[in-house]
Design a protein around this ligand. Structure first.
Ligand code: NIG
Ligand code: FE
Length: 401
C-alpha cells in the first residue's frame, strides 16, 4: 500500500478546543489505506519516500459530513399534506385525522424492498455529492414486523451499494398503526415481544428510537421499549420535545441515550439529566423550518451546560423533505444562531458522538480517512452561503468518491 499525502490544505480538523475549528494552516494529511496516519503543518511532515502527493492548492478540508438523523427510506410522498399545511392545517391535526406518518406507512407497505432501495438511493446521491460520508437511516414507516424489517434491509443494502457508511435505527414506535388504533398496549407488546427480537436476530439495527409525543407514544410506553431494547444490547435514542414537553429527553437520558432529537420544548431539568448521561442534543432545523415552528430549541441552556450539539437533515417526506446537509449548516446558523464553528461541529464531531462512533468526526491520526475538500476562503463560508455546492471532492475511506 502506498501512502497518500494531501498537502497545501487549510485544514479544519475539528479536533482542538484551544484553536477554533482545530485549524492548521498550510497543512498536510497522510493517509494509508482507509485510515489517517499523520496530520499536521506541512513543515513538520516526516519523510514518506514513495508516497503519492496530491496538491490541494490551498483548498479547505473538513472531516466527511455525518447526517446522524434521517428517514431516507420510504414510499410515496406527502405533497398533498404540504399543500394542506399551507392552507392552514397543522402537522398534529393531519396526523390525528389519520394522515401524516400513517399515509407514508401505507405507501411504504405497498413498496417492494427494491423500490425502496431505488427511491432512497436517488435521494442519497444529493447528500453524497455535498460531502456526506456517513448517514443514519431509521425504519418507522412499516409498523409491522415484515415491513419494518424490509425498511431496515433496504437501508443496509443502500450502504453496500454506495460509498457511504449507513447506521440503522429501529423506529417501530413512530406511530400507532391503524390495526392497533383501539389497543395500543398490544402494539407496544408486539414491538417488545416480536419486533425487537427479530431486528436483533438479523442484526439489522444499532439503535432503537421512538417518537415521544401526544401524537406518538407516552413516556411510559417508551420506557418499556427502552428496557427491552437495552436488554437486547441496542443503543437508544429518542424523538423528544418536538411539539410539547413530554420529559422524553430526561427519560431517554435515564437509559443512557446516545442522543435526543428535535428538542424545541426541552426544559433545563431535562438538560441536566442529559448532561449526566452524556446524551447529545440533535437539532433538526429542516423540521423547524418546514413546520414553521416558532419556538426555538434552548440553545443558550445547551451551551451553559456544555451539551454537545449535533445537526441533521431529518430527511423525511412529511416534516423535513430536505436533501441537503449543507443547507442545514446554514439554517443552524441563521435560524438557531449557532456559530459557524458550532454548526460545522454539529455535522462532524458531534454527529459522530450522536451515533456512538469514535472512529470519525475529526481529522486525527488513526481516524477514518473520510474527508471533504471545499472551494471556500473562510470556514464560516460553509454557514454563510445558501445553495451551491462548494464541494470540490469527497474522500471516503481514503479514496476520492
Ligand atoms: O422526525 N417527528 C416524528 N417523526 C419524523 C416525521 C416523520 C413524518 O412526518 O413522516 C420527524 O420529524
Ligand atoms: Fe425524525
Amino acid at each position: 500500500m502506498t501512502h497518500k499525502i494531501w498537502k497545501n490544505i487549510n485544514l479544519l480538523t475539528m479536533d482542538n478546543s484551544e484553536n477554533p475549528y482545530g485549524y492548521i494552516d498550510d497543512a498536510a494529511i497522510v493517509v494509508l489505506g482507509s485510515a489517517i496516519e499523520w496530520v499536521g503543518a506541512k513543515k513538520d511532515l516526516p519523510e514518506f519516500p514513495t508516497a503519492q502527493v496530491i496538491d490541494c492548492s490551498g483548498a479547505y478540508m473538513t472531516p466527511g459530513l455525518i447526517d446522524c438523523h434521517t428517514h431516507l427510506v420510504y414510499g410515496g410522498n406527502r405533497i398533498d399534506e404540504f399543500e394542506k399545511r399551507l392552507n392552514g392545517a397543522s402537522y398534529e391535526e393531519i396526523a390525528k385525522a389519520g394522515g401524516g406518518i400513517l399515509s407514508t406507512v401505507n405507501a411504504t407497505r405497498q413498496a417492494t424492498e427494491e423500490e425502496l432501495v431505488a427511491s432512497a438511493s436517488k435521494r442519497l446521491k444529493n447528500l453524497l455529492t455535498e460531502g456526506v460520508t456517513t448517514i443514519e437511516i431509521k425504519s418507522g414507516y412499516g409498523l409491522d414486523i415484515e415491513n419494518e424489517l424490509k425498511m431496515l434491509r433496504a437501508a443496509r443494502k443502500i450502504g453496500r451499494m454506495h460509498n457511504v457508511d449507513v447506521v440503522t435505527s429501529f423506529l417501530g414506535a413512530h406511530a400507532l398503526p391503524p390495526e392497533y388504533a383501539v389497543n395500543r398496549e398490544d402494539y407496544v407488546d408486539l414491538i417488545i415481544e416480536h419486533m425487537l427480537p427479530a431486528v436483533a436476530a438479523e442484526g439489522l439495527a444499532q439503535a432503537v428510537d421512538g417518537f415521544c409525543e401526544n401524537i406518538g407514544f407516552t413516556c411510559g410506553e417508551i420506557e418499556k421499549i427502552f428496557i427491552a431494547a437495552r436488554k437486547l444490547g441496542f443503543d437508544v435514542k429518542l424523538h423528544a420535545e418536538q411539539l410539547s414537553d413530554q420529559k422524553g429527553a430526561a427519560l431517554a437520558a435515564k437509559y443512557g441515550a446516545l442522543s435526543v432529537d428535535h428538542l424545541e420544548y426541552l426544559s433545563e431539568e431535562s438538560i441536566l439529566a442529559m448532561k449526566k448521561s452524556g446524551t447529545v442534543a440533535v437539532l433538526l432545523p429542516g423540521a423547524y423550518y418546514t413546520l414553521r415552528e416558532t419556538k426555538l430549541p434552548p440553545i443558550e441552556l445547551l451551551r451553559k451546560h456544555n451539551i454537545p450539539i449535533a445537526i441533521a437533515t431529518d430527511s423525511n417526506p412529511g416534516s423535513s423533505p430536505v436533501l441537503s446537509l449543507k443547507l442545514m449548516i446554514n439554517m443552524a446558523s441563521t435560524l438557531f444562531q449557532l456559530t459557524p464553528e458550532e454548526a460545522l461541529s454539529g455535522v462532524t464531531r458531534n454527529a459522530a458522538l450522536a451515533l456512538g462512533l469514535t472512529d470519525r468526526g475529526i481529522l486525527a491520526r488513526g481516524k477514518k480517512a473520510d474527508m471533504v475538500l471545499w472551494d471556500i476562503n473562510h470556514p464560516a463560508e460553509l454557514s454563510y452561503q445558501v445553495g451551491g455546492s462548494q464541494c470540490l471532492a469527497v474522500i471516503k475511506n481514503g479514496e476520492v468518491n
